[in-house]
Design a protein around this ligand. Structure first.
Ligand code: ZN
Length: 136
């Protein structure tokens, strides 16, 4: 059983923490944002209301700002003298571009876990596991 933050980072269902939220892996760029309508394990609806994931844009923005600030800080600590502007821009923007699919998916997962109004149901998971063991 996954803990709360592990479920967010592994993009698992907030209710059972077993079923995947996304259909494909993050590096499959043509459909990295395709989500399941419902959880494959517990049937939880992943679309609480129309336009729900618009709020994930703000979370992704905050994550990208944190990424820019941390890469800028790392650059300033690691270089002995003040680097040129193009080096600063390249160093701060490159991680944002490269990690774009990961950050966008993470923001959607955080949106669903934080604001989806879905509570983790431990009993549901253990009941289903017991049922599967009986069926074996
Ligand atoms: Zn589920």
């Amino acid at each position: 059983m996954l803990n709360y933050w592990k479920a967010i980072f592994q993009k698992k269902c907030p209710r059972c923490r077993k079923g995947d939220i996304f259909k494909y892996r993050g590096y499959q760029l043509s459909h990295y944002l395709n989500m399941y309508d419902r959880c494959s394990y517990c049937g939880q609806n992943f679309m609480p209301e129309p336009g729900f994931y618009i709020g994930a844009i703000y979370i992704a923005y905050a994550l990208n700002v944190a990424l820019v600030i941390s890469s800028f800080t790392a650059l300033m600590i690691l270089t002995p003298k003040r680097p040129e502007l193009w080096i600063i821009l390249t160093t701060t923007i490159t991680p944002v571009v490269l990690l774009f699919p990961f950050v966008t998916r993470l923001a959607r997962s955080m949106m669903l876990h934080f604001f989806g109004g879905i509570q983790f149901d431990d009993e549901l998971t253990t009941q289903k596991e017991n049922q599967e063991e009986i069926n074996k």
